[in-house]
Design a protein around this ligand. Structure first.
Ligand code: ADE
Length: 224
C-alpha cells in the first residue's frame, strides 16, 4: 500500500508515523508513506496557497490551483483521494478496515476554513472527519487515519489476535477491563475469576464487563 499526504505541514503528519509500529510497518515494506508540502505546487513570487472567501466570510480557503497540480502529479488510476475535514463522514473502525484494502490513498489535508469546493467536486472521492471537533489542520487527522489503517495491514501487528479482540471489532461493544501483574497492588486485587483458570467463566465475566463498560461510557453504541 502507498499513502501520500498532501499538506502545508508535512512534519505534523509524519512525526507520529516515524515511531513504533508505524515505523516498523514502513521498514517491513507493508506501506510506503510520504508527505508532500502543498507549497511545492504553488506558483508566483509568494507561493500562495490560500485566499479570501468569495462572497465574504471569515478566514481563508485553500486555493484550487496548487491542489489540482499536486494531485494531478501524485494520482494513479488506483488512487483514492480523501479530504480530511470536520465536514466529512465520521471515521470509524469499519471504514479503517475498508480503506486497508486500497492500494493507494492520497490524503488531502484541509487548513484554515477548508478547501475550494471545486477541489471536492472534481478530485475528492471521500470527505472524512475524525470526530466532532475542529483541529487546527487536517495533517493531525491524516496521521490518525493512517495509523488506524496501517495497523490493520497483514503483518503489521505482532500478534494478529489483538486486531480481533479489541474494542470496535464488534462495533457495538467496548473491550472488557484488563489486568496484569502484580496480582495485588496497593491493596487492589485482580478479580478472582481471571485467576481461576476457568475459561468459560472468564469469557462470561468479560462479556458482562464489556457490556457494563459500554453502558457507562458509550450508551449510544447500545442505542440507549
Ligand atoms: N480538520 C480539522 N478538524 C478535523 C477533523 N475533526 N477531522 C478531520 N479533519 C479535520
Amino acid at each position: 500500500m502507498r499513502i501520500d499526504i498532501l499538506t502545508l505541514f508535512p512534519g505534523i503528519a509524519l512525526a507520529p508515523l516515524g515511531e513504533s509500529m508505524m515505523k516498523r510497518a514502513q521498514i517491513a515494506g507493508l506501506v510506503e508513506v510520504a508527505a508532500h508540502d502543498l507549497r511545492n505546487w504553488a506558483t508566483g513570487k509568494h507561493r500562495k496557497t490560500d485566499d479570501y472567501l468569495c462572497g465574504g466570510g471569515q478566514g481563508m480557503l485553500l486555493k484550487p490551483e496548487p491542489i489540482f497540480a499536486a494531485i494531478g502529479e501524485l494520482q494513479t488510476p488506483e488512487s483514492k483521494v480523501i479530504l480530511l475535514t470536520p465536514q466529512g463522514k465520521v471515521f470509524k473502525q469499519a471504514m479503517a478496515s475498508q480503506l486497508s484494502e486500497e492500494s493507494h490513498i492520497i490524503f488531502l489535508c484541509g487548513h484554515y476554513e477548508g478547501v475550494d469546493q471545486r477541489v471536492i467536486d472534481e478530485l475528492v472521492d471521500l470527505e472524512l472527519s475524525i470526530g466532532d471537533y475542529v483541529l487546527t489542520n487536517g495533517a493531525i487527522a491524516a496521521a490518525v487515519v493512517t495509523d488506524a489503517i496501517v495497523r490493520l495491514l497483514p503483518g503489521a501487528l505482532g500478534d494478529a489476535r489483538s486486531a480481533v479482540d479489541e474494542s470496535f471489532s464488534d462495533p457495538n461493544l467496548l473491550e472488557a477491563p484488563a489486568y496484569t501483574k502484580p496480582i495485588e497492588f496497593r491493596g487492589l486485587k485482580v478479580p478472582d475469576v481471571l485467576l481461576s483458570g476457568h475459561h468459560a467463566k472468564i469469557e462470561e465475566w468479560k462479556a458482562e464487563q464489556a457490556l457494563r463498560k459500554t453502558r457507562a461510557n458509550r450508551p449510544d453504541l447500545l442505542g440507549e
